[in-house]
Design a protein around this ligand. Sequence first.
Ligand code: NAD
Ligand code: UDP
Length: 322
Amino acid sequence: MHLMKRILVTGGAGFLGSHLCERLLGEGAHVICLDNFYTGAHVNIQHLRDHPNFELLRHDITHPLFIECDEIYNLACPASPIHYQRDPVQTIKTSVMGSVNMLGLAKRLKAKIFQASTSEVYGDPSVHPQPESYWGNVNTIGPRSCYDEGKRCAETLFFDYRRQHGLNIKVVRIFNTYGPRMHPNDGRVVSSFIVQALMGRDITIFGEGLQTRSFCYADDLIEGFVRLMNTPDDITGPINIGNPGEFTMLELAQMVIDITGSKSKIVHMPLPQDDPKQRRPDITQAQEKLGWEPKVPLREGLTKTVNYFDGLVKNGALEGMF
Ligand code: NAD
Ligand code: UDP
C-alpha cells in the first residue's frame, strides 16, 4: 500500500513537463518523469534529480509501458513546428500509439489520465475566439497535420476509452505558452524574438506581423492542469487553457525590444504555409468549472523569460546553436 500518490508525467523533461514535475513534487507526490529526450533536456530537470520523490524513466511512449502509478499526465509530444516536422511519422505515432499505450496503462491501473491537447485542433479557425464546441478547420495533409491530426485522434481515443472502458479522463487544449525552459532554438515566436533581441540580431517577423496569438505564462498553465486533474469524474474537458490577451506579432516584437533594451531591427520574412491568422482562447469553461484564469500579464512573464534566456546567453549555453 502506497500512501504517497505516484504520478507519471510523460514528456517530463520538456518545457511544460519540467514545470509540472516541479509543481507535483512540491505538493508531496512521488513523480515518475518519463521521457525519450527527443526534445527534452536533462538540464530542465537537473534541479529535481536529487529530490527523494523524483524518479526518471527513459522510455518512448510509442512502445508499451508496464509500471504502477495512480495518475498519468500525458505530455509527451514535440510541440514546436520545427521539432514536430523533423520526423512527422514519429510525431503522429507519439500522439496516436503513445495515447493508446498510456490509455492501456490507465485502464489496467484504473488510474486517472490527463491529455495535453492543443489549440491546434482548431486549425486555422473560422470562429473567433475558439470555444471548446468549435470543431476546427484543419488540413489533413499539410505539413502541420502530423501534429494537429495526431492530437485530434488522441482526443478521440481518450473519449472512446471513457465511453467503452469507463476511464477517468481529463483533456486540456493548451494555447501558446511561454516561460523559462522553453527551447532556445525551436523557432517559436517568443523564444525566437527574445534570443534575437539578446544577441542583437534582426527580429524576424513572418508576414506583415498582423497575425495574432495569445500567450500564457507557464505557471498559470500548470495551475490550470492541476485544477482540472482534481475535478470530479464527470468533468472531462476538453477544456481550453490559455491567456485571452491577444497580441499581434508586431506588438510582441516591440515589447521584447522594450524589455531587453535591444538595438535589433525588425525584418519581415515569408509567412509559413497554414500559419493561422489569429488565435485566442474562449476560457469561459475554465473560469466556470475550474475557477481558473491566468494571473501573469504578458510583460511580467516576458521579463521573467528574458531573464532566463539572458542567463543562457551569459553562460555561453547558446553558443554554436545558431
Ligand atoms: P517539449 O518538446 O518541451 O516537451 C515534450 C517532451 O516530450 C520532450 O521532453 C520530449 O523529449 C518528450 N517526448 C516526445 N516524444 C516522446 C515519446 N515518443 N516518448 C517519450 N517522450 C517523448 O514541449 P512542451 O512545450 O513542453 O509541450 C508539452 C505538451 O504540451 C505536448 O504534448 C504539446 O503538444 C502540448 N502543448 C504545448 C504547447 C506550448 O505552447 N508549449 C501548446 C499546445 C500544446
Ligand atoms: N513567427 C514570426 N517570427 C518568428 C517565429 C514565428 O513572426 O521568428 C510568427 C509565426 O508565423 C506565427 C506566430 O509567430 O504567426 C506564432 O508562431 P509559433 O511558431 O510560435 O506558434 P504557432 O504558429 O504554432 O501558434
